[in-house]
Ligand binder design. Structure first.
Ligand SMILES: Cc1ncc(COP(=O)(O)O)c(C=O)c1O
Length: 387
C-alpha cells in the first residue's frame, strides 16, 4: 500500500510516541517516572470547567463560525492588547484546535513550494514537519550551548536567502526552556524588517518564566515588525487545558482570512462550548497560573541541581517553560538509544534530543511532582553510572 508522498516525507511525532509508551507501561502496573509529557500536571481551573458546563446547559452545542465565537475572538484581541501590547481586533484572530493546529493552518495558508522557513534548532518537533507538509523547505539553523541555544541576529541574517518567507521564533522555548531577552528580540526584529520577511512568534509558554525573565512579543517592538508578525498562542500550557484543544493565531486580516477559508473546509469551528471555557480563562481569575508557577519554580531548581550532580551529564539554566535540555554527549550513546534503554531498564521516560534536531541531548519535562523528580533523577544517575 502506497501512501501519499506528502505523508511519507513526514516523521511521526516522537514525543507523543514515547509519552504513549510510558503511559501504557504505567497502566501495566510498572512504576514509571515520566518526564516526557509536554503538559502541566495540574487540573484545569474550576471556573473554566464551570463556564464550559454552563455553555452546554445553555445549548451552546451547535456549529459556530469557522473563525471562532465572536466573544472569544474579542477576548483574545483584548488579551493581546493588555498582556502583549499588540493591537489586533476580532478580524485579526482565528480560533483553532490548539496551538499546533494554528501553526499548521498558517503554514498551509502561507507557505508555497520553494519558500524557505528558518527554524532555529533545537526546535519544537512539529515545525519542520508542518513546513514540509505545506511543501516548503525548512532551513534549520543550529544554535550553540554557549549562546543558551538562542539564534543570534547575525545567524538569522546569514540564513536569509531570496527564497526566505518566514522565521519561526519560539520563546520561551520547547525544548530548551530558554527565553530571549527584550534586547535579543529587538535585534531579531531588526533583521526581519531589514530583510522584509515574516516572523511567526509561538508564545505558548509566555506565562511560564522564572527569576524575573521578561517575555516580549516580537510584534510589539514597533510598527514595521508588527506588519510582518504572526502571533501564535494557546490555552494548553498557561491554563492546564491540553485536552481542550484550543489555540489561536493573530495576524494581518488577509492571512486570517486565508486560514479561515482553510479551516472552513477542514475542521470547521473549534468545539463551541469549549470556547466558552477559553473566554473564562481569559477573563476570569488568574491565580491558578501563580500556583502552577510557584510549583514549577521549586521543581526547576531541584532538577537542575540533581542533573548537575550526575557525573557525565550537564545542563544550562533555562528561565522559562518546564523543560530541561540535558547534554548526554559524554555518555557516548545516541539520544534515541539512550532514552529507549533508560525507559526499558529504569522505567524513566525522557525524549531523545534527535527529535528536536539536537542529537547528544535529552529533554526532561519537570511538569511532574517533586517525589517523581527525586526518584527519577536517582534512577537516571544509576543508569549513567552503569554505562
Ligand atoms: C512550542 C510549542 N508550540 C505549540 C504547541 C502546541 O500546543 P497545543 O496544540 O497543545 O495548544 C506546543 C505543545 O507542546 C509547544 O510545545
Amino acid at each position: 500500500m502506497k501512501l501519499a508522498s506528502r505523508i511519507r516525507q513526514v516523521t511521526p511525532s516522537m514525543t507523543l510516541d514515547i509519552a504513549a509508551k510510558a503511559k501504557a507501561m504505567k497502566k501495566d502496573g510498572l512504576d514509571v517516572c515520566s518526564f516526557s509529557a509536554g503538559e502541566p500536571d495540574f487540573d484545569t481551573p474550576r471556573h473554566i470547567c464551570e463556564a464550559a458546563k454552563t455553555a452546554i446547559d445553555q445549548g451552546k452545542t451547535r456549529y459556530g463560525p469557522a473563525a471562532g465565537e465572536p466573544a472569544l475572538r474579542d477576548a483574545i484581541a483584548q488579551k493581546l492588547q493588555t498582556d502583549n501590547q499588540l493591537s489586533y481586533s476580532r478580524d485579526n484572530v482565528l480560533v483553532t484546535n490548539g496551538g499546533k493546529h494554528a501553526l499548521y493552518n498558517l503554514m498551509m495558508a502561507f507557505i508555497e513550494p520553494g519558500d524557505e522557513v528558518i527554524i532555529p534548532s533545537p526546535y519544537w518537533v512539529s515545525y519542520p514537519e508542518m513546513v514540509k507538509l505545506a511543501g516548503g523547505t525548512p532551513v534549520v539553523v543550529p544554535t550553540t550551548v554557549e549562546n543558551n541555544y538562542k539564534i543570534t541576529a547575525e545567524q538569522l541574517r546569514a540564513a536569509i536567502t531570496p527564497n526566505t518567507r518566514l522565521f519561526v521564533l519560539n520563546s520561551p522555548s520547547n525544548p530548551t526552556g530558554m527565553v530571549y531577552t527584550p534586547a535579543e528580540i529587538r535585534a531579531l526584529a531588526a533583521v526581519v524588517v531589514e530583510a522584509d520577511i515574516w516572523v511567526v512568534s509561538d508564545e505558548i509558554y509566555e506565562k511560564i518564566v522564572y527569576d524575573g525573565a521578561e517575555h516580549l512579543s516580537i510584534g510589539a517592538v514597533g510598527p514595521e515588525i508588527f506588519k510582518r508578525t504572526i502571533t501564535c498562542n494557546g490555552f494548553a500550557k498557561a491554563y492546564a487545558m491540553t485536552g481542550w484543544r484550543l489555540g489561536y493565531l493573530a495576524a494581518p486580516e488577509e492571512i486570517i482570512q486565508g486560514t479561515i477559508t482553510l479551516q472552513s473546509h477542514t475542521t470547521s469551528n473549534v468545539c463551541t462550548f469549549a470556547q466558552y471555557g477559553a473566554i473564562a480563562a481569559l477573563t476570569g481569575p488568574t491565580d491558578s497560573i501563580g500556583t502552577m508557577l510557584s510549583a514549577f519554580t521549586k521543581r526547576r531548581l531541584a532538577i537542575i541541581n540533581m542533573v548537575r550532580n550526575i557525573d557525565g551529564l550537564s545542563c544550562g539554566e533555562p528561565d522559562g517553560a518546564f523543560y530541561l535540555l540535558v547534554d548526554i554527549s559524554q555518555v557516548g550513546m545516541a539520544s534515541e538509544q539512550f532514552c529507549k534503554a533508560l525507559l526499558d531498564e529504569k522505567y524513566v521516560a525522557t525524549i531523545p534530543g534527535v527529535a528536536f534536531g539536537a542529537e547528544g541531548t535529552i529533554r526532561i519535562s519537570y511538569a511532574t511532582d517533586l517525589d517523581t523528580i527525586e526518584r527519577g533523577m536517582e534512577r537516571l544517575s544509576g543508569f549513567v553510572r552503569s554505562r
